[in-house]
Design a protein around this ligand. Structure first.
Ligand code: F6R
Ligand code: MG
Ligand code: MG
Length: 369
């Protein structure tokens, strides 16, 4: 069965700053999708990660379907009304365009989609991250799909022996989608050379080289490229198929044990470690730390089982403690050096303006001529 998996997410308002959407807001989005999606969707799941609401949908209309995108857009519009009526912070903030024009790409919400031939058993992982941007998945994906130190399946399973094809996007390019395809393991160093720069190069999708099937889809939108200025972090979503010709669920999850430093946290302008947390978690310390959730599903004829919260486990509780220590340790150096993002990535213009005002007070002492 040809099945499309679509996840569309947006921040349309939250309680207590950028913390969590309200129950009435979430319920409105859920009801809208259920009521208006009956003839369009096979199934759906709605969840929150920090201040973001994600709508996961299964259907047969293909990637970029106007009907499916409009459904999500209208649900976010209805939710925005509720957010406004409750005085939620940032009501409708990710809906950057006034009217829907066929596809939510380039309109603010993040999208990750893939059309797949459903397998007899279809284990699906749905990731959502808040207070960070799409490059946050670069390292975990590299480790899960290209590094046998993380993924023994690359050695043990003949189904994965041919490796994977990475499609990587240059998200700083705004005239269109500037992408490159690179194959692991042959082009491992080229992949690493790009992925080391997560603010510019972002994994968009990953494909099995033995079957040609798509394993991963990541949202790659950069809000400031759409709005012309920063309007918040891009808070990426990702779909990953597990097992068989793809890495096992545990191999895909294992890299989140690192708590790697990503762009995000306070005012979208700091480097902080990514903390794997339970579904529907809120935001707290230093408007962070950046968080990632993961819901596991079995998909059958497009129907989703109940979500299983894979980071809700004693193992990850220990990881969270360590990541909290890393976050606090980085915060001890305040604005200094690696703690704050480089100029180009700052969400606020205050520092640049300040530097402009003191520029004229510089003087050159002596001359080397
Ligand atoms: C992401 C997020 C942040 C904020 C940033 C600035 O979900 O909430 O990236 O956009 O913290 O927010 P303001 O300026 O509203 O405090
Ligand atoms: Mg936000
Ligand atoms: Mg957010």
């Amino acid at each position: 069965m040809k099945l499309t998996l679509s996840v569309i997410k947006a921040d349309i308002g939250s309680i207590g700053g950028h913390v969590v959407p309200s129950h009435p807001l979430l319920n409105t989005v859920r009801e809208q999708v259920e009521d208006h999606g009956r003839s369009t969707l096979i199934d759906s799941y709605i969840g929150s990660t920090g201040d973001d609401i994600a709508i996961l949908m299964t259907h047969t209309h293909g990637v970029g379907s106007e009907e499916v995108h409009r459904l999500a857009w209208d649900a976010f519009l209805a939710g925005t009304e509720v957010a406004r009526s409750q005085g939620l912070y940032g009501a409708g903030q990710d809906l950057l365009k006034d009217s829907f024009s066929g596809n939510v790409r380039g309109m603010g919400p993040a999208v990750a989609e893939m059309e797949v031939e459903e397998r007899t058993a279809e284990p699906l992982l749905f990731f959502a991250a808040d207070k960070t941007d799409p490059g946050a998945y670069n390292l975990p994906l590299y480790l899960a799909f290209a590094d046998p130190m993380n993924t023994p399946g690359l050695l043990l399973s003949s189904k994965m022996a041919d490796g994977f094809r990475f499609v990587i996007m240059d998200v700083s390019y705004t005239e269109g989608d500037r992408v490159i395809e690179l194959s692991a393991p042959e082009e491992l160093y080229d992949i690493a050379a790009l992925l080391r720069d997560p603010e510019r190069y972002v994994v968009e999708s990953i494909w099995s080289r033995s079957t040609g099937e798509q394993a991963v889809a990541v949202s790659t939108s950069r809000l400031h490229n759409i709005a012309g200025k920063y309007t918040g972090k891009d808070d990426p979503v990702m779909l990953a198929r597990a097992q068989m010709h793809f890495p096992a669920t545990g191999e895909i999850l294992a890299p989140y044990e690192i708590g790697h430093f990503v762009a995000g946290g306070m005012r979208g302008s700091h480097n902080m470690p990514l903390m794997p947390v339970e579904l529907n978690s809120t935001i707290s310390y230093f408007d962070g730390p950046p968080i990632v959730t993961c819901a596991a599903f079995a998909v059958h004829e497009g129907k989703l089982t109940e979500p299983v919260d894979v980071f809700d486990h004693p193992f990850w509780a220990e990881v969270r403690e360590r990541v909290a220590d890393k976050a606090a340790e980085m915060r001890r150096q305040g604005f200094f050096g690696a703690a704050m993002l480089p100029m180009t990535e700052l969400e606020y213009t205050g520092v640049t303006e300040k530097l402009e005002t003191i520029e004229e007070r510089f003087r050159v002492r002596g001359s080397r001529d």
